[in-house]
Structure formats: structure tokens, C-alpha cells
Design a protein. Structure first.
Length: 461
């Protein structure tokens, strides 16, 4: 990256240091846009030494489709790629694969990643390898005449400042992806840090989604769709469900015995074991997972393997609980490589994922795709993901969780049957389907609002 670009990024980053909570609405956008206009140099807008493609509204990289109408230009609020930790969670995972597959499905469409400064994540760089994806800056957004502006997460608060609705061009249709409304469903007794200001921010955005006419809301599950209707009072006709997908097809790239053995040896894991993957946030219900596990140890000895980020704020707390209970066979691996995670899925007796609430639940989908039965819950979206490839329990009843663990640890025939069902279940989820459902929803919005668009029926069906 050039020194000039680096200085620009540093100045923007320092500018963003502000309150850790709350939102900055329209004034934030005005000040940010003005600051960017004052600091972006022509060299930064034209090129950068690391190969980022910077788009210009005056010189679009794609010609008009079939020589009719305007080119299809999809603007993306891509600031999530500026937050490195987001790529380790479901939101970043979804955003990356969603955009990558959309660009492949619609090669004649132009996708513009709008950011405040240049991201350095490997996912961001990989997206820019696509011939129809480029970088753009918010200061020029009105000049691009976008066909639609897509917000990958309508509820995120990046760096304390996040105004996705205010960043969208006023005359452009908006696509909004909703992942969950957990702070509104679990506002008491679980998250003390979800103060009233956060809940008010969620409700304010739901109101904007409802009031703005040229908006299509994409939900990652039927459960999230129902929450949007019940809590946000958004009409069902404006919400389309676009489930997530898998990075690989079931039965492909399964871990070899050598990789499994090396992974178990590396982390000193003893068979059999129950696996937990993901954050340790209170709604993930790890305390009841641990309680269920401990209640079985005198009856069915096993290990409990916990995979998740090393910077999880709740990790130290649970490590103390484990140490206090002298649970010697509980292993915290930290973040693991994808090949190692696949090996753990393949060798675990089952995945314990009794989350109190999930908008989707990537670990559950990944597990069933690798033949690993899942202990999920009847609450949230997990039932949509797991189907009959596991157990659905009451998340607050650790005895039910323990009973499911015991079944997986002691009944190999049952586990084999659930594994087979999991392989079949996973075939229902693909990023290609996610992209196609998204494209269909956008085209329906263009038709409803009679927005001036090219003959999109001629491209990438």
C-alpha cells in the first residue's frame, strides 16, 4: 500500500475514534462525507499499490448490457470488511460468500464495494479479484446512478458510528439483509450491555425499513422473517427469505484419517468428545452445555471441545468456571484452521449448539454437512437448519441437553442414522440458491417500483 494511501487510511481511522455506544445519524454522514472530500487525493482514487480496483462514476468498467438501458450497478455497504474480527463470525462469513456468489451468478452486473478507506482483509482482496467487483467511496455515491444499494447488515454498529440508511442514495432502491433481532428478543436477563439506546436503535431502523417504500428486506431464515413482521410490523410481501449456503457440497473434501489424527493430537483431544463451535455470548447458552456435560461424566466419560475466537470476551469467565469444577477434559482450542474444524466435525460424537436464539446458525449447518449430529433448540431458526438430523431441546433444561449428549455418546446406530440424514439435509443449502433468491427479490422490487432499469431479464438467469 502506498504511503499516501496509508496516511489517508490512518487519518480516517483516527477520525472514527468516538463513542463506543450509540449511533450517529445524519450529522455523522455529513461530516464524514465532507472530511473524505477534503482528504482523498487523485492518486488514491485512481490506484493503490496493492492492486485495489477503484471505480469512477464517469468511467464505468462495464458497458451497457446488450446495448439497452443503463448498466446494472449494485452498490454494497462494504464497511464490514474494515472490521477484521467480523470475518471470524457468521455475519462476515455470510457477507463474503453472498457477494462472491452474486458476482459469479451475474457476470454482466457491476458490483461496487463502498468503503470509507481501503480494507486490507484477505476476503476483501479476494472479492476484488472478480472482474465485475470494484472499490468506490461514499463521497461520490450519488454519481454512480446505482440500480440498488445493498446493506449486508442493517443492525451493525461499526466502530460506534453506523448510519447505513443515511449512506444510501435517496433516489436509489435499497436492499437490506436482516440476520436477527436478538437484542429485542432477549433484552433482559441475558445481556446487561444491551442498553435502552441499543434497543431504540434497532426499533428506529425497523421503522425506517417499514416507512421507506423502495426497500426490499432479505431475511436469513423464516424465523427472522417472522420477527421482522411481528416486532418491526413490516409487511410480509416486502420480505424475502434468502438462507445461507455451504462453502462445499456434502461428502466433498471430507477429512482424511491423517488430518483427523493430527488435529486430535495437536489439541490433545481424547475420544469420544462433544463439540461446541462459536462464540460464548450468553445467548449461546454455553453454561447449560457445560452443566449438561458435567452431569454425565460419572456415567459416560468424554471430552468437551470448545472452538472459538481467542478474543471472545466471555472466554476467561468460562475458563474460570471449568477450572473451578476441575473439568480436566474440557479443551479450549481457540480459533482453528478450516481443515482442523472439518476434522473436528467429522470425529465428534455430536455438536452441542443449544443456543437460546439464532437467526440462522452456521455451526449447525456445517456440522450436519460433515455427518455430525446436532443438539439444537426449538427456539430461533435452528429447527429450520437441523430438520431431523439431530435433537431439538429446551435450551434452559440442561437435563434435556445431557440426555441428547448421552444418546450420541452411547448409541452408534442412532448417530449413524442422524449422520446420513444430515448429509441429505445439507444439500438443501447452497450459496448459488442464496444468490438466485437475492437476484429474484431485487428484480421484483425493480418491477414493483417501476425503476428505470435495463432489460435485466436478458442477463444471468
Amino acid at each position: 500500500m502506498s504511503e499516501e494511501t496509508n496516511q489517508f487510511n490512518n487519518r480516517i481511522a483516527s477520525f472514527y475514534q468516538g463513542p463506543s455506544q450509540g449511533e450517529c445519524e445524519a450529522p455523522c454522514v455529513d461530516v464524514t462525507a465532507r472530511f473524505i472530500r477534503q482528504t482523498i487525493s487523485s492518486n488514491v482514487m485512481e490506484k493503490s499499490s496493492n492492486g485495489n480496483k477503484l471505480s469512477s462514476p464517469e468511467t464505468p468498467s462495464l458497458s451497457k448490457i446488450h446495448n439497452t438501458g443503463r448498466p446494472v450497478r449494485i452498490g454494497i455497504d462494504a464497511r464490514i470488511f474494515l472490521v477484521e474480527s467480523s470475518m471470524e463470525r457468521g455475519l462476515g462469513h455470510y457477507t463474503f460468500h453472498h457477494l462472491l456468489t452474486l458476482s459469479e451468478l451475474c457476470p454482466d452486473w457491476q458490483f461496487l464495494l463502498f468503503v470509507d478507506f481501503l480494507a486490507d482483509s484477505k476476503e476483501f482482496k479476494q472479492l476484488l479479484k472478480q472482474p465485475n467487483i470494484e472499490v468506490a467511496f461514499f463521497e461520490n455515491i450519488d454519481k454512480y446512478h446505482l440500480s440498488i444499494f445493498h446493506i449486508p447488515d442493517c443492525m451493525s454498529m461499526i466502530g460506534g458510528y453506523d448510519c447505513p440508511f443515511k449512506l444510501a442514495p435517496t433516489a436509489t432502491p435499497v436492499s437490506i439483509l436482516a440476520h436477527d433481532l436478538i437484542p429485542l428478543r432477549m433484552s433482559e436477563g441475558c445481556y446487561d450491555q444491551w442498553a435502552t439506546i441499543t434497543q431504540q436503535g434497532y426499533m428506529r431502523r425497523l421503522r425506517l425499513m417499514k416507512e421507506r417504500e423502495d426497500v426490499v428486506v432479505l431475511a436469513n431464515s423464516e424465523y427472522t422473517r417472522n420477527d421482522l413482521m411481528q416486532i418491526g410490523k413490516i409487511d410480509s410481501s416486502r420480505i424475502s427469505v434468502v438462507w445461507a449456503g455451504l462453502n462445499q457440497l456434502p461428502n466433498e473434501h471430507h477429512s482424511s484419517p491423517e488430518v483427523i489424527r493430527a488435529t486430535l493430537e495437536k489439541y490433545k483431544i481424547k475420544l469420544p468428545f462433544i463439540l461446541h463451535v462459536g462464540g460464548l455470548d450468553p445467548h449461546k447458552n454455553f453454561f447449560n452445555t457445560f452443566s449438561a456435560y458435567m452431569s454425565l461424566q460419572s456415567k459416560v466419560p468424554s471430552a468437551l471441545v470448545v472452538v472459538g475466537s481467542d478474543v471472545d470476551p466471555y472466554k476467561t469467565h468460562f475458563k474460570d468456571i471449568v477450572q473451578f469444577n476441575k473439568a480436566e477434559n474440557v479443551v479450549f482450542t481457540g480459533f482453528v484452521a478450516r481443515s482442523e474444524l472439518n476434522a473436528l466435525y467429522a470425529s465428534a460424537a455430536g455438536l452441542a449448539f443449544p443456543s437460546q436464539l439464532e437467526g440462522f446458525g452456521f455451526p449447525a449447518l456445517e456440522a450436519v454437512a460433515h455427518g455430525c449430529p446436532v443438539i439444537g433448540t426449538r427456539t430461533g431458526a435452528l429447527a429450520e437448519i437441523i430438520g431431523d438430523a439431530g435433537f431439538l431441546v429446551d435450551p434452559l433444561n440442561y437435563k434435556q441437553i445431557a440426555s441428547a449428549m448421552e444418546s450420541l455418546l452411547t448409541q452408534p446406530d442412532l448417530r449413524a442414522e442422524l449422520s446420513k440424514k444430515g448429509y441429505e439435509r445439507a444439500k438443501s443449502f447452497s450459496w448459488q440458491r442464496t444468490a438466485q433468491l437475492t437476484k429474484d427479490a431485487w428484480q421484483e422490487l425493480w418491477e414493483k417500483k417501476a425503476v428505470a432499469q435495463p432489460d435485466y431479464r436478458c442477463v444471468a438467469t
